[in-house]
Design a protein around this ligand. Sequence first.
Ligand SMILES: Nc1nc2c(ncn2[C@@H]2O[C@H](COP(=O)(O)OP(=O)(O)OP(=O)(O)O)[C@@H](O)[C@H]2O)c(=O)[nH]1
Ligand SMILES: [Mg+2]
Length: 272
Amino acid sequence: MGLSKVIEIHEDVFADNDKSADELRKYLKKNGTLMINFMSSPGSGKTTTLSRLINSLKDEYKIALMNVDIETSVDADTIAKNTGVKTLQINNGGLCHIDADMTSRSVTQFDVDGVDLLILENIGNLVCPAEFDTGAHLNIMILSIPEGDDKPLKYPLMFSKCDVVLINKIDAKEYFDFDINKAKERIFNLNPKAIILPISAKTGEGYEPLLDYIRNQIKKIKTKELTEQEKEALIRKYERGLRTGSDIDMYKEKNSKKENKESLCDTHWDGA
Ligand SMILES: Nc1nc2c(ncn2[C@@H]2O[C@H](COP(=O)(O)OP(=O)(O)OP(=O)(O)O)[C@@H](O)[C@H]2O)c(=O)[nH]1
Ligand SMILES: [Mg+2]
């Protein structure tokens, strides 16, 4: 009896969190803001990766960063100093994760109007952050070479929840017995859709595909979905035979934008 009550409460907590997370995603989408949640174990290189990433994109987009830690504002201060973008430190009172309500409250205080890319540097931990949807549109995790290629076997939830896995510190690979092919195979077994990118936050090696991926995702978040009325009007026009080149191109372009958006929705969110 007591046990089943605990299970009910547990399920409700996650259901409430998922609802808050969906609301935050929709709010950010309306605002034209892509939010990415970066997760990893302590010291894999989140702050270093993000400093370089923000510096590479800050002339193209308005970027803001929220950092979660149990204590101190060291990482938010480091990124503010390294990049000059607006940062917010969230101290979460000793918890090993941040949930969607906490993220929403932080977003409200932070004011993300006009922000194209909102980055969340999650708390360093490979277990708890994977259990809580933060409301981000994308989850990126970092596995670094010194941690070992067996981590997908030991922390499967984290690897199955993320859209992208960055294998960081490849500049140091000659010093460690890290087999990149083994790591990739283990990640794909858990998450066949994962995008895996080896990088070095220290040297910048491997950054271009990551930057292009993020540019593309920002473009997608700003793509407006056609209303049902607009879709029908275009289809009627097309079917009636008003087939000037520009009509057809416009129809195709709008439909392909919709498909792009749906492929994002398939894997990450409903985006309504
Ligand atoms: N050789 C090498 N060192 C790196 C690289 N990226 C980060 N580091 C080093 O790894 C250490 C930890 O990096 P951080 O960026 O602070 O790691 P983090 O994940 O933000 O750490 P927490 O926020 O404490 O969880 C620092 O000494 C970095 O200089 C890399 O690509 N190559
Ligand atoms: Mg950090």
